[in-house]
Ligand binder design. Structure first.
Ligand code: 13P
Length: 335
């Protein structure tokens, strides 16, 4: 199992983080149509290939999470996408859940599906070059949510998934995302996120998952996006660290945050503060989707053949986050 620990550490070494480019075709279509680009397999590939061949891949991006469509595609030079990512010095990974569906018994909540046939799909992804995987459980906060049922059911699925992934020699990213949608306070986010993460580890341990061979991908502790009581970046960092220190076992090598709807700069600034105050032994890095791609996508959409210009925008964002993952970012480095 030291092999999995090595992969996890390598993905997050020296401020490197993860590019989450695993949007399902439905989500990617929304993103592309949002910037007036038609969502075809060719256009989805062109944007993603542009990012994956950027120079920041070598020093900033330790791993890329792909979607099923992309891991099976070849780039314009006929190189398989996982091979391209490996050549750039990064690890290819794959999202293996099949999405969040209505949770029977609590229909306003979601349970993530994808366990049926997972062992066979994992073998295929491993053959295609995947070194790590992702599964996202999703929880919303309101007076009665997340319910005990959703916390339990999603933790159980995350643990069953993780055990199967390690059996197939890949590193599972365990992603319990407590959403920022709503008017809840940061304290409520802290309480619920702590409960969710603790339950995940209870189940991971029960399922004999080697905690040294996983990466945790949590949300930061934030007030809801409709809350009137937003907290400062300093408070976000301190609450996030307190939550993780109290709920994550020390064997876990690394934590890579999702951005969850924060703006690009907010996600960078908060990560930087987390690293400035980091009083844990965990590596604290990023596994951003929107907060790494937003500006690059906007730029690219104006001229989808402007590869170099798009890469410049993406390189900058990746560099800023890699600095933040070492507590070395400052506002004046932004352009
Ligand atoms: P965001 O950073 O856009 O939240 O995406 C991360 C992710 O992988 C969600 O599952």
């Amino acid at each position: 199992m030291t092999e999995l620990n090595n992969i996890a550490l390598k993905i997050l070494e020296k401020g490197k983080g993860i590019l989450a480019a695993d949007e399902s075709t439905g989500t990617m279509t929304k993103r592309l149509e949002g910037v007036n680009v038609i969502s075809t397999p060719e256009n989805r590939l062109l944007f993603r290939e542009t990012l994956f061949s950027s120079s920041c891949m070598t020093k900033c991006i330790g791993g890329v999470i792909l979607y099923d469509e992309t891991i099976k595609q070849k780039n314009s030079k006929k190189i398989m996408i996982p091979e391209l990512i490996s050549k750039m010095g990064s690890y290819p990974g794959i999202k293996v859940d099949t999405g969040a569906k209505v949770l029977s018994g609590s229909p306003d909540e979601k349970i993530t599906e994808g366990l049926d046939g997972l062992r066979e799909r994992l073998k295929e992804y491993y053959q295609l070059g995947a070194k790590f995987t992702k599964w996202r459980g999703v929880y919303n906060i309101s007076k009665n949510f997340p319910s005990k049922l959703s916390i339990h059911a999603n933790a159980n699925a995350l643990a069953r998934y993780s055990a199967l992934v390690q059996e197939c020699n890949m590193v599972p990213i365990v992603e319990p995302e407590v959403l920022m949608d709503g008017d809840h306070s940061a304290d409520e986010c802290y309480q619920k996120t702590s409960e969710v993460i603790k339950k995940c580890f209870e189940e991971l341990i029960l399922h004999k998952v080697d905690l040294k061979g996983i990466i945790l991908k949590p949300n930061m502790i934030l007030a809801g996006n409709k809350s009137n009581n937003k907290i400062s970046g300093d408070e976000v960092a301190k609450l996030t660290l307190k939550c993780l220190k109290n709920s994550v076992p020390s064997e876990v090598p690394g934590i890579a945050f999702l951005s969850g709807g924060q703006s690009e700069k907010e996600a960078t600034e908060n990560l930087n503060l987390i690293n400035k105050y980091n009083n844990t032994n965990f590596i604290m890095s990023y596994s951003y989707g929107r907060a790494l791609q937003q500006s690059a996508l906007k730029f690219w959409s104006k001229n989808i053949q402007n590869i170099e210009g798009t890469q410049k925008v993406f390189n900058h964002r990746a560099k800023m986050n890699t600095l933040a993952a070492q507590g070395k970012w400052s506002k004046d480095l932004e352009i």
